[in-house]
Design a protein around this ligand. Sequence first.
Ligand code: NAD
Ligand code: ZN
Length: 355
Amino acid sequence: MTKTVGEYLLGAGAVGHLGRVLAGHADSPGDRVLYLVDHFFEDKIRALPLPVKAADMLLYVDTTDEPTTESVDALVATVRAGQPVKAVVGVGGGSTLDTAKAVSNLLTNGGVAADYQGWDLVRVPGVFKVGVPTVSGTGAEASRTCVMMNHGKKLKLGMNSDYTVFDRLVLDPELTASVPANQFFFTGMDTYIHCIESLGGRYRHAFADACSEQALRLCRQVFSGTDMRSAENREKLMVASFLGGSAIGNSYVGVVHPFSAGLSMVLHTHHCVANCIVMNVMDEFYPRETEEFRRMADANGIRIPRGLCRGLSDEQYRALYDATIIHVKPLANALGEGFRDVLSLNKAAEVFQRM
Ligand code: NAD
Ligand code: ZN
């Protein structure tokens, strides 16, 4: 069994109808809605047609770093200090959407974020939650997880649960018009990478395949080299991201995400740029796709960072390896149960050196 978001509003200007999307959940003027908005919008908040009432609470999410269990716990403490919340609205990219999902779950389940990192640990539904993506690609708007770094446990893991899934989405491609080209490409490529990993895996599912194939088709159109950020392409990428996120609930990723998680864990590289750095050197695992990926980057004038692992110590390579090989499910999905024979410490170090 798996779950994705069943109700969404899609189209340019959709965010202007957020009030309708909240209907039935925060109808009276005293019903408090919590808005968690990416800090990029802090000085432009008036330009966003959010139906914020006097009783509501609006907090900005600092996305300089990706969400941590501590950052989520701090927000929850602020919210718990006030009146109960009837709905949570997350407005931002994957970091803000994941934060909103985690906060919603914690408000009804109690405890701290780290208590729920894992599979099916969330006991009861969270507060009614609405996702409003402002960068497309991670699929966080559709998925049943919310990824958080846990520095204490040296772990990057989400609350994987049906309760983590947003109740409704507002998919408004106008919101992604301000995303800078590099960020637009890096995050958009998360969808491409999720889908090629899913289709290249051993654990397959007809629904995931169908979502992945269509999402890939859209990615190829968006990143073909005509303006990737045109209005039409922004809408296509928003849909591709949603489909890609829905696909992952039914399948697993492959080799790219474990290596990328290694970079995030040890060198603190952000998820989407880390994926692109890894994808750029995946010739032996995904030869056709690696070539296609490079063509798409070139066609859009995007330079993928290189030299990240130059001059690292043996201990750092060991740490990168440990943070990669721990991802058993995706690695077995891509390489089979004997993935440790394929991906020895030396082999992984070679791959990291090429980045
Ligand atoms: P993000 O949310 O980290 O934001 C990246 C940057 O874009 C930030 O600086 C932000 O301020 C800026 N930004 C956001 N909207 C903007 C806009 N409209 N205009 C200009 N700038 C804007 O980016 P992301 O790549 O979407 O998310 C990455 C996060 O998603 C990671 O924490 C990763 O772990 C998580 N993730 C989650 C899932 C999931 O299924 N839950 C899947 C993949 C990745
Ligand atoms: Zn990803």
